[in-house]
Each structure stands twice: as C-alpha cells, then as structure tokens.
Design a protein around this ligand. Structure first.
Ligand SMILES: [Zn+2]
Ligand SMILES: [Zn+2]
Length: 237
C-alpha cells in the first residue's frame, strides 16, 4: 500500500515553494526537515521554551483564557514569507502545505483528543470581500478533513473591522479586538459543552485568540485550544 497522501497532495510534480527544487508537494521533504523541525513550546501559548519547560513564565503569571495552544513552526523564514504570500498575494496553492504542517503538530501532541469543532478566526465581511478568502478557513478546513472532525466558517462572527493588529503596539491589541467577535446567536447551543480548536495562520500576542476564547467560554464551550501554523518567537530568542 502506498503511504497516505498528504493533505491536498499535488499529484503532479511541482516546484518547492522554498528551494525551487522539483517535488511531489508544494514543499519538498528536505525543506520540511530543515525548517519545520519541532521545538519545545509552552503548552498554553505555544511560545518556544527551553527543553523540559512546560509552561512559560508569562502564562504562569497570567494564564490565557484558552486552555492550550499549539504551533507547528516559528513565524520566521521561510514560513513568514509563505504565510504572507498566502494571505496578501492569494497564493492559495500554499494552503495545503501550511495545513500539513499544522496537522503534523496536532498529531505530535500527547493525548490528542479530537475537538468537536475546528473554527477559523473569522474575517469581517468587508475584509473577506476585499481578500476573497479567509486564510484561516483554508487551513482549518483541510486539517478538519484530515482529522475527520467538523469545521465551520460561520459559527463565529467578526462584528467589527478593527485596524490590522500588526499596525498596533502590543499593549493596545487587546483593546483593539474587545467586542469584535461573537458566536452566531442562532447557533449558541452548538458551542455549549463542546471542545473547540480555534485555527489561525499566525499567533502573535494572542490578543485575538484570547478575546475569541473568552467569547466561546461565555457561550459554554467546554475547552478552547488555539491551533496555529506559526508562532511569533520570543523577541530575545
Ligand atoms: Zn525545498
Ligand atoms: Zn506560555
């Protein structure tokens, strides 16, 4: 039997998006080995930590409203370039390869319990119209299909368009997203008692994820994990 095909595998030869070598997938195996080697991460916020450390100091002092977080890679070369190409240049051909990295990280975690829902961080209607797609959904739906669990792009709503988080200093990001998200009011019962994995492309300060996790918990979610492809590394790392 041939090995299982990766998420959204390309059947035709393609050029690796990083090294330009010919490969069967959009990222060649050598680049995955070189740039996506797993590192120890805080189990609450997915920041890289020294080996043997389970929870980082920040999360010990002030635990985030989500129960756990996992990230496949650091938001650094080449992943920052690939994520930006997906997001701002509509390079949708990169979505399967990025989803595959997240799926690897999910499968590596101990006691991998499949969530009831995979929910992408939503975009506002205006931004969705401008971009034409939600990169978080492009990743979430592929990971959900591979795990055999439900995903939905409409259970969470983004009520207001906020300035891009990247344009704001870190200490203003929480205030920027306060009140920006809600659970679809007609479907709140579908959140009650459920285990949710919130999916996004990048986790930076975690302000958006924290706000959405609080909204989900208020709607009765049993647990909220945050699953991202890339985590912004510690500034001093
Ligand atoms: Zn390569
Ligand atoms: Zn942490």
């Amino acid at each position: 039997m041939p090995p299982p095909a990766p998420v959204g595998a390309w059947t035709l030869p393609s050029q690796c998006a990083v090294c330009r070598g010919w490969a069967r997938a959009r990222l060649c195996e050598a680049c995955v080995q070189r740039f996506a080697a797993p590192v120890p991460r805080c189990c609450r916020c997915a920041i890289d930590v020294p080996a043997g450390v389970e929870v980082c100091g920040t999360c010990l002092r002030q635990p985030p409203p989500f129960d756990a977080a996992l990230a496949a890679v650091d938001y650094a070369y080449p992943w920052d370039t690939l994520v930006r190409r997906l997001k701002f240049h509509a390079a949708l051909d990169l979505a399967p390869a990025l989803a595959e990295r997240l799926l690897d990280a999910v499968r590596r975690q101990d006691a991998a319990t499949t969530p009831d829902w995979l929910l992408p961080v939503p975009l506002s209607t205006a931004r969705l119209r401008e971009r034409g797609f939600n990169q978080a959904w492009e990743i979430a739906r592929r990971v959900a299909r591979a795990l055999g669990c439900a995903a939905d792009a409409h259970l969470l709503l983004r009520l207001k368009d906020t300035p891009h988080q990247t344009a704001l200093p870190h200490d203003r990001r929480a205030a920027n997203v306060r009140g920006a998200f809600a659970v679809e009011p007609l479907r709140r019962t579908q959140i009650g008692g459920r285990a949710i994995a919130l999916v996004d492309d990048v986790l930076t300060t975690g302000a958006t994820a924290a706000e959405i996790a609080s909204v989900l918990k208020r709607a009765g979610a049993r647990s909220v994990q945050v699953w991202v492809v890339a985590r912004t590394p510690r500034p001093d790392a």
